[in-house]
Design a protein around this ligand. Structure first.
Ligand SMILES: Nc1ncnc2c1ncn2[C@@H]1O[C@H](COP(=O)(O)OP(=O)(O)O)[C@@H](O)[C@H]1O
Ligand SMILES: CC(=O)N[C@@H](CCC(=O)OP(=O)(O)O)C(=O)O
Length: 267
């Protein structure tokens, strides 16, 4: 890389892009998203991709004859299910995305929250089993990778200091990564953003409005976790977070150019 390009990488803030599991079942969606990612990186914008894979976890648990349960959008994860969950997220999901990125010409690394001490992880709530909660710790590995112009693709599997593998919700993983690299956060899902009771896109939301919509049951399940994760970053970092759809990868380029798409969660 030439010095001028290195400088531009250093000066642009990192964008942390979280993609939901349904993307992994849409080959066209993945191809378009990775093409957009390639353009963004070529434009000198460092990009960290973090992913879920809830639907692959569902499939794999079922194939292994296991049942699953969610509490407030978080999957209860008994010890016996950890090998399947880790395989589906850190294995299959991560490599499906890495393969799509490589096909689009993006130089990338497949990793997890456990790598190079980037996070401190602990059990979130014993009622949820081996579900993890992560806090930013050491950004040096990610900084090294980003300075090279490479794209980290991070699964939401963490490991505690005691060596316990933990299942972290991917929206919560994304908030910790955004804090770790002081980056902007974009959460891409299979819906165009937060929808109101009539299915119409809401352009902007603050905590008070979120609380109201949650109370009346308009925001629920996975979207409740996502909006709370977005509010956490918006409030602690004093910057808006975007919730948008991966179905329109063109919108990503628009986002990088300062346009707003989907729903903006305000500080
Ligand atoms: N108000 C809402 N607006 C949009 N989606 C909502 C809302 N309330 C609940 N949802 C559900 O949340 C889902 C997105 O959350 P989730 O399934 O966790 O997505 P992802 O896997 O992309 O993180 C939507 O597909 C929808 O079923
Ligand atoms: C604790 C917890 O709920 N973990 C999630 C991790 C994957 C995820 O968040 O995937 P999506 O982004 O596709 O929803 C799960 O097991 O489904």
């Amino acid at each position: 890389m030439k010095q001028a390009e290195l400088n531009s990488v250093a000066t642009k803030p990192v964008m942390v892009l979280k993609v939901g599991g349904a993307l992994l079942q849409c080959e066209m969606g993945m191809a378009r998203l990775m093409e957009a990612a390639a353009k963004i990186i070529a434009n000198g914008q460092p990009l960290v991709m973090v992913h879920g894979g809830g639907c692959l976890v569902d499939e794999q648990l079922k194939a292994n004859g296991m049942t699953t349960e969610k509490l407030d959008g978080l999957r209860v994860t008994p010890e016996a299910q950890i090998p399947v969950v880790v395989g589906a997220l850190a294995g299959t999901s991560n490599k499906i995305l890495q393969a799509a990125a490589m096909k689009a010409g993006v130089t990338c690394l497949g990793m997890s929250l456990a790598d190079a001490g980037m996070m401190n992880a602990k059990i979130k709530d014993p009622l949820l089993g081996l579900v993890g909660e992560v806090e930013p710790n050491d950004a040096s590995y990610l900084e090294f990778v980003l300075a090279k112009g490479w794209m980290p693709i991070v699964s939401s599997i963490a490991i505690s200091d005691e060596g316990q593998m933990l299942n972290v919700n991917a929206d919560q993983a994304a908030t910790a990564l955004a804090k770790l690299v002081s980056g902007s956060l974009v959460l891409l899902s299979d819906v165009s953003g937060v929808l109101d009771g009539k299915g119409q896109l809401i352009n902007s939301l603050n905590r008070e409005q979120v609380n109201e919509l949650t109370k009346i049951g308009v925001i629920e399940k996975g979207m409740k976790v996502k909006v709370e994760a977005a509010l956490d970053v918006a409030e602690s970092m004093g910057q808006a977070v975007q919730i948008a759809s991966w179905r329109h990868a063109q919108q990503l380029i628009a986002l990088c150019q300062g346009e707003t798409v989907g729903t903006q969660i305000q500080p």
